[in-house]
Design a protein around this ligand. Structure first.
Ligand code: GTP
Ligand code: NAG
Ligand code: MG
Length: 354
């Protein structure tokens, strides 16, 4: 009697086991969202912040972006926001819009003013040369100031002083999937210092002398360069790297690879160090932010390539993150509102060469 009941239990147990093992999981779902609760409300959230540069003309766009970010992950993760506006631009935002932002973010957003001295063309620039380049190269002073701010100034702003992890997002972005984990925690777990989504080659006609300046900087500061740096991401091959380190490289040697940094999570230490600060000051003195249109994306790529190991930079491939209507990858997850890409956007899997 007892033996046959035991056999019954055994049989039932095996049946349940088989059911779990072979239960049809469907084709599309490759990961469940069980991890969702893993990092929520534990009180152990990393010391991070999401920040955005928000011109008055893009307040509504920023509200949509914030709502999307809240819906997709941050109502759970609860990161605070810092919204940067230039000097007194904040006065151009209506009380109604401020209230909406407050409501969308459950009161977790604060505004911060970027002082003119971090935005306007510095005094040492030759104003007539700047004026001329606005006609020959294009792009407004505001756009160039934005590139300069993101290249070397954002992380020094007092509004970010209390945070270790800085998560940049732009106003013209959308997450098409729920994010079932904490991306900052994932960087910490991986011992990484920077996280990005997409790799993008950049144009050189807006910044014809950037690579030459970077090469010159490398040659003059060889003593500051760590031996493990990932130069191969930004310079073509062994020959390109060699020339770059000797101060002889230019656009021919430049790979043009950048991390598309409208999404960029960084540990503050990657910017707040002697090498990167010196690098930015060197570029600023050279003048390319306003004589040409040097961008923050290649400057970050150059700076990180000369200072970090490849594995300290992590690519996120499952966020369904899109910038401004451009191509992006839609992952195979069930809570995406995009269509899974059989063929991902070109260049997406171009990982940094060693
Ligand atoms: N305050 C301020 N913010 C700006 C200005 N220009 C751009 N931004 C913000 O800086 C971020 C990047 O600007 P975008 O104009 O989207 O730059 P981009 O994506 O490189 O180039 P686009 O292809 O033109 O979008 C966005 O969050 C903008 O809202 C500006 O003149 N003033
Ligand atoms: C550095 O940049 C400045 C400003 O664009 C330019 O005039 C200069 O020729 C560049 N130097 C090199 C070595 O490319
Ligand atoms: Mg944009």
């Amino acid at each position: 009697m007892a033996a046959s009941r035991a056999r019954l239990y055994l049989f039932f147990g095996l049946f349940v086991f088989a059911l779990i093992l072979f239960y049809p999981t469907g084709k599309v779902v490759t990961r469940t969202y069980r991890e969702y609760t893993a990092y929520s409300n534990t009180g152990n959230r990393p010391n991070g912040v999401i920040f955005m540069l928000m011109p008055p003309s893009r307040v509504h766009q920023a509200q949509l972006a914030l709502l999307n970010v809240e819906n997709r992950f941050n109502r759970r993760l609860q990161y605070p926001y810092v919204l940067f506006m230039v000097e007194d631009e904040i006065n151009q935002v209506s009380d109604e819009d401020k209230e909406k932002i407050n409501w969308i973010t459950q009161g977790r957003a604060t505004f911060a003013a970027v002082p003119y001295e971090s935005w306007n063309v510095p005094d040492f620039y030759d104003k007539s040369k700047v004026e001329e380049s606005l006609h020959t190269i294009g792009f407004s002073l505001g756009y160039r100031a934005m590139c300069r701010f993101y290249s070397g100034l954002f992380w020094r702003h007092p509004a970010l002083a209390q945070y270790d992890w800085l998560w940049r997002l732009d106003t013209d972005i959308e997450f098409h999937c729920d994010v079932p984990y904490d991306p900052i925690q994932r960087l910490i777990d991986a011992n990484a210092l920077v996280g990005f989504v997409q790799i993008n080659p950049d144009a050189d006609f807006v910044q014809p002398t950037l690579s030459g300046n970077v090469s010159q900087f490398l040659a003059q500061n060889a003593h500051l360069l760590p031996s493990h740096a990932n130069h191969g991401f930004v310079w073509n091959g062994r020959e390109g790297i060699e020339k770059a380190l000797k101060g002889e490289a230019g656009n021919h040697e430049w790979s043009r690879m950048t991390f598309y940094n409208n999404f960029e999570i960084s540990h503050k230490s990657v910017w707040e160090n002697e090498l990167y600060k010196k690098f930015f000051d060197f570029l600023d003195r050279a003048g390319g932010f306003f004589y040409e249109r040097w961008s923050d994306a290649p400057i970050h790529a150059f700076g990180l390539a000369m200072s970090l190991r490849k594995e300290q930079i992590l690519q996120f491939t499952d966020l369904g993150y899109q910038h401004q209507g451009w191509a992006y990858e839609c992952p195979k997850l069930d809570r995406c509102t995009c269509k899974y890409d059989e063929e991902p956007a070109r260049g997406f899997y171009d990982n940094a060469p060693a």
